[in-house]
Design a binder for this molecule. Structure first.
Ligand code: FES
Length: 571
C-alpha cells in the first residue's frame, strides 16, 4: 500500500489564515473539528435533478454513499453538477455532454477532494462524469442509478423500445392517441433509467466491465433495496481506494477498454457506446480508435437476450445473475487479470457468478443470436467510418442495394416523409444529412427516422436508413449511424443526392455509393457548409471545437487531462 499525503490536507491541514478560511466556512454546516483531521475527503458528484427523471432518486442514493464513507472513516461532501436528462433537453443532451464533463473536471480539481463517487444514470450523465473525472485522475468509483422496473401494460412487459413500435402503430392507424396516453403511465412505473439495454444500461455495463464499479452495479433495479446496499459499499470502498492511492489510470488500461468492447458486443449494447468509449479513452490517454472495435467484436455472439436486440429487460438480467454472469460466459475471451475498483481482478469478480435463467443469458457455444451487436462500416460513403447494430436490424437487409431518397436536414425530412407524392418503396434507402456533431448541432438520436406513412400502412416495418446522427440505444432497425465525416463538413456524404445508388454490405463491412471519385470531387466543388446556428455562448465554442464521431465527438481542447494539481491558492 502506497503512503501518500492527502490532497485535501493542502486545504484543511493548513495553519494560520489559510487553514482558518478553508475550515471556518465549512463549519457553518455544523462540522466538528475532528472531521478535518486528516480524513479522506470524498466528493459525491451528484447528477440529481427533477429535470432528469432517470436520476430523480439520487438524493437518497447519495445518503447511502455518505453512510459508507462515514463508516470507513472518510469525510463526505456532496456537490451538484450539470445533469443531462435525455427526454427533455433540446436540441439533444449530447450537445451538452462535453460541457458537463468540463464542469465535472473543474469541480473535482478545484476542490479539496481526495476521492470521488460519481452518481450516474441517464445516458449522458455517465460518460460526461467519467470523462471529466479522467481528466483529473484521482481515486474514483461509479455508482449507477439502476434501471426502472419493467413496464407492464395489459399483461405485456413493455419498455422504451416499445415507444418506437407504438409510434409506428399510431402512424399506421393501428392504435389511437388515447391508448398511447394510457401506455405512458404503464411504462415508467418506478424510479430509474430505461429498463432495456438502451444507452443508459449500456453505459452502466460499460462501467462495470471497465472495472469502475463494484460487481453487480449494472443490473440491480433502482427500486431494489440492494441498489442502496451497493451505494453504501461503494462509499466504504472509495475511502479504501484513497488510502491505496488507486486512481482511474490504474484501472483504465488498454485491456480494460478491450474488455468493455467485448462485453458490449455480447450484450447488444448501444451504438452510442462507441462514441462515449472513444471519448473516455481520449481523456485518460489510452490509444483507441474506431478500427479497434470490429476485430475485438468479431466472433462474439449475443449472449444476452435483452431488448432491443432480444426479448427481456434489465430486471430480468438482474434476476438471471447480472453482468458477472455475462463476463463469466466470456471467460477465455476477456482479459482476466484487469484490476477493478474493489481491488480484485475481473476474473475474481465473476468466478463465483451463477446463471439463474439461460433464456436471458446464454453461452458463447449456444448463443441467443449469432449476429454481432456492432459492426463498423467503411467505404466511399463514410470515409472515416460508420456503425450499425446488426443484432437489432433486419436479416434480409444486411446486404442491400437501393436508390437513395435524400433529406437534406431534419426539417426537410419532417416536411416530406409523409407527403403522399413522395416516390418511395421498400427497396429505397432513406438518407438523412446534417444531423451530425456540427450539423444539428449535437448529433441527436434521430438516425432511426420513422418510415414513410405509406410504407407503414403497407405493413413495411423496416428499411435501410443512413445518417450522420445517432440512434437511441433503445432503438432498432437497419440503421447506419455516425457517418463520418458528417455532411456539415463536406465529405462524400454531404453530396449524396436522391437517385444515387447505395450498397450496404454488412458481412463485408462496407457502405458505398455508385459514384466515381471524379463525380464526387465535382459535386464537392459546389459544397457550401451550413451557416452556424449561433455565434455566441457555449454552442459557438462547441461548433468550433467538436471533433467528428469517429473520434468520440469530444472537443479537441478537452482531449487528455490536466491532473489534480492546482498550484495557486484562492487567497
Ligand atoms: Fe434516461 Fe432512457 S431516458 S435512460
Amino acid at each position: 500500500m502506497k503512503e501518500k499525503k492527502l490532497r485535501s490536507a493542502d486545504w484543511f491541514g493548513r495553519k494560520g489564515k489559510d487553514g482558518f478560511i478553508y475550515r471556518a466556512w465549512m463549519k457553518n454546516q455544523g462540522i466538528p473539528d475532528y472531521e478535518f483531521d486528516n480524513k479522506p475527503v470524498i466528493g459525491i458528484c451528484n447528477t440529481w435533478s427533477e429535470l432528469t427523471p432517470c436520476n430523480a432518486h439520487f438524493r437518497e442514493l447519495a445518503e447511502r454513499v455518505k453512510r459508507g464513507i462515514l463508516q470507513a472513516g472518510g469525510f463526505p461532501v456532496e456537490f451538484p453538477v450539470m445533469s443531462l436528462g435525455e427526454t427533455l433537453i433540446k436540441p439533444t443532451a449530447m450537445l451538452y455532454r462535453n460541457l458537463a464533463s468540463m464542469e465535472v473536471e473543474e469541480s473535482i480539481r478545484a476542490n479539496p477532494l481526495d476521492g470521488v463517487v460519481l452518481l450516474c444514470g441517464c445516458d449522458k450523465t455517465t460518460p460526461s462524469l467519467v470523462m471529466g473525472a479522467c481528466s483529473v485522475n484521482i481515486p474514483t468509483i461509479v455508482v449507477s442509478g439502476g434501471p426502472m422496473l419493467t413496464g407492464r401494460y395489459r399483461g405485456l412487459s413493455i419498455g422504451t423500445s416499445d415507444v418506437w413500435r407504438y409510434h409506428d402503430d399510431l402512424r399506421g392507424n393501428r392504435i389511437k392517441e388515447e391508448e398511447l396516453i394510457t401506455i405512458e403511465g404503464a411504462m415508467c412505473r418506478s424510479q430509474g433509467h430505461c429498463a432495456v439495454m438502451g444507452t443508459a444500461s449500456s453505459m452502466a455495463c460499460m462501467i462495470e466491465s471497465l472495472g469502475l464499479s463494484l460487481p453487480g452495479n449494472a443490473a440491480i433495479p433502482a427500486a431494489d433495496s440492494r441498489r442502496k446496499v451497493l451505494a453504501q459499499l461503494s462509499g466504504v470502498r472509495i475511502v479504501e481506494m484513497v488510502r491505496e492511492d488507486m486512481r482511474l489510470s490504474d484501472v483504465l488500461t488498454r485491456k480494460a477498454f478491450e474488455n468493455a468492447i467485448k462485453v458490449n458486443a455480447a450484450i447488444g449494447g448501444s451504438t452510442n457506446f462507441v462514441i462515449h468509449l472513444l471519448a473516455i479513452a481520449g481523456r485518460i490517454g489510452v490509444p483507441l480508435s474506431l478500427d479497434d472495435f470490429d476485430p475485438l467484436c468479431a466472433n462474439i455472439p449475443l449472449v444476452a437476450n435483452l431488448q432491443p436486440s432480444g426479448k427481456y429487460f434489465m430486471e430480468d438480467l438482474f434476476y438471471a445473475g447480472g453482468l458477472p454472469v455475462i463476463q463469466k460466459a466470456l471467460d477465455g475471451i476477456l482479459h482476466p487479470d484487469c484490476i477493478t475498483v474493489n481491488g480484485r481482478t475481473v476474473k475474481e469478480n465473476y468466478s463465483d457468478a451463477q446463471c439463474y435463467n439461460n433464456e436471458v443469458i446464454s453461452s458463447v457455444d449456444k448463443p441467443f443470436n449469432n449476429v454481432p451487436g456492432l459492426a463498423v462500416l467503411r467505404g466511399n460513403l463514410c470515409e472515416q467510418g460508420a456503425v450499425i447494430k446488426p443484432s437489432a436490424a433486419s436479416a434480409h437487409l444486411m446486404q442491400h442495394t437501393g436508390r437513395a431518397i435524400v433529406f437534406e436536414d431534419i426539417e426537410d425530412y419532417k416536411a416530406r416523409i409523409d407527403d403522399p407524392s413522395l416516390e418511395v418503396d421498400e427497396t429505397n434507402i432513406l438518407v438523412l444529412k446534417n444531423v451530425g456533431p456540427r450539423g444539428y448541432p449535437g448529433m441527436p438520436e434521430v438516425g432511426n427516422m420513422g418510415l414513410p406513412k405509406k410504407m407503414l400502412q403497407k405493413g413495411i416495418l423496416d428499411m435501410v436508413r443512413i445518417s450522420d446522427g445517432r440512434m437511441s440505444g433503445t432503438g432498432f432497425g437497419t440503421v447506419v449511424l455516425h457517418v463520418s465525416p458528417e455532411a456539415a463538413i463536406g465529405g462524400n456524404f454531404a453530396v449524396i443526392q436522391t437517385g444515387d445508388v447505395i450498397t450496404l454490405d454488412v458481412p463485408n463491412r462496407s457502405l458505398t455509393v455508385a459514384l466515381t471519385d471524379s463525380e464526387l470531387k465535382k459535386r464537392k466543388e459546389n459544397f457550401k457548409p451550413p451557416a452556424p446556428v449561433t455565434s455566441r455562448g457555449y454552442v459557438s465554442l462547441y461548433l468550433k471545437h467538436v471533433q467528428q464521431a469517429h473520434l468520440g465527438a469530444d472537443m479537441d481542447f478537452l482531449v487528455g487531462g490536466s491532473g489534480d494539481e492546482v498550484t495557486r491558492d484562492s487567497h
